[in-house]
Design a protein around this ligand. Structure first.
Ligand SMILES: NC(=O)C1=CN([C@@H]2O[C@H](COP(=O)(O)OP(=O)(O)OC[C@H]3O[C@@H](n4cnc5c(N)ncnc54)[C@H](O)[C@@H]3O)[C@@H](O)[C@H]2O)C=CC1
Ligand SMILES: O=C(CO)COP(=O)(O)O
Length: 297
């Protein structure tokens, strides 16, 4: 009987399923039936003692409410990266109503699904307030993934969510052909910005200079493999957001997360100029006007 199951068969769920199938049998489930080895019903997946949940951040609250009942002893790994836009709540806060804190972990770090599913090497961080969660999940991972431990759940979550917004900004920067200097400036100021934001919520500085922050930011903000970066490219071409997202056909968490960061920054008086401009561009501001405001500010 399989011990571990992935919930959500999007790009990341499938890549994690591939990775976690290297050393043991791993089940997978999603809303619609897929032709994937070891695809099972949701009920069967939920009976496993180890679950990896890879559904988009904005859908998690509803999904938990409708489908999830924690079983004593279960360990949960959350693979999503985003902040809920309607409430500004972090994922660990949403999950805390369903899963005991010592039984849940959050994965972060640079990891394009398209490379993981080819078995290319990468390094991730498993963030949990309980090291036991890391000790339990680590043996499931294949040799091509190095998994580090951190207790900074909030820092990892903020870094993973914020970098998606910065990747949109970077895509806009490249789409406008502003050059390599501009992109490097944007990324490094973005790193400072996400660290400042994280500090307000108790995140550790080290998470931002490590894999969860700089690692994932450098990756996502400089590659067309990133959906968020591609959203930025589209915005720079004055395409409508709706059309960009339709064409993408996959989730770009930065779109909703920009809204969440904007709201939280207003509420807590945090200076977040890049995230703010991304939110305004998503709402229709011209990217060139944003650029002028950022350079002036
Ligand atoms: N693709 C990647 O390289 C990586 C993605 N992530 C994160 O993983 C999460 C999922 O991303 P992807 O799998 O890439 O997105 P995707 O767009 O490829 O797939 C999303 C999946 O979630 C499912 N889903 C959507 N709404 C649902 C609901 N209400 N109930 C149940 N399932 C639902 C969809 O059916 C689909 O299978 C995101 O938060 C993303 O930021 C994290 C690391 C890498
Ligand atoms: O989080 C990711 C890589 O670590 C994936 O980024 P995108 O969602 O922008 O493709």
């Amino acid at each position: 009987m399989a011990k571990i199951a992935v919930i959500g068969a999007g790009k990341w769920g499938q890549a994690l399923h591939f990775a976690l199938s290297q050393k043991q049998e791993c089940l997978i489930t999603s809303r619609t039936k897929r032709d994937i080895k070891n695809f099972v019903t949701l009920e069967e997946a939920l009976n496993c003692p180890y679950l990896v949940i890879a559904i988009p951040a904005q859908q998690i609250r509803e999904w938990l409410k409708n489908n999830f009942k924690y079983k004593e002893g279960q360990k949960i790994l959350v693979a999503s990266k985003g902040i809920e836009a309607s409430t500004g709540e972090f994922l660990n806060e949403i999950y805390s109503k369903y899963v005991p804190e010592d039984s849940i972990g959050f994965i972060s770090g640079p990891s394009f699904a398209a490379e993981v599913i080819k078995g290319l090497p990468c390094a991730l961080v498993l963030n949990s307030t309980s090291k036991k969660v890391y000790d339990k999940f680590k043996p499931f991972f294949p040799d091509f993934i190095k998994v580090y431990y951190s207790s900074d759940v909030v820092g990892a979550e903020i870094a993973g969510a914020y970098k998606n917004v910065l990747a949109i900004a970077s895509g806009i920067c490249d789409g406008l052909q502003l050059g390599n200097n501009a992109r490097a400036s944007l990324i490094s100021r973005g790193l400072v910005e996400m660290k400042r934001f994280g500090k307000k919520f108790g995140a550790k500085k080290s998470s931002f200079i490590g894999l969860s922050g700089a690692g994932d930011l450098f990756l996502t903000a400089s590659s067309t493999l990133s959906r968020n970066y591609r959203v930025g490219l589209g915005l720079a071409q004055n395409k409508k957001l709706e059309d960009i997202l339709d064409e993408l056909g996959e989730v770009a968490e930065g779109v909703k997360t920009a809204e969440a960061i904007y709201k939280l920054s207003e509420e807590y008086s945090i200076y977040s100029p890049i995230a703010r401009e991304v939110k305004l561009i998503l709402d229709g501001k011209h990217p060139k006007d944003s650029l002028k405001d950022l350079l002036r500010g």
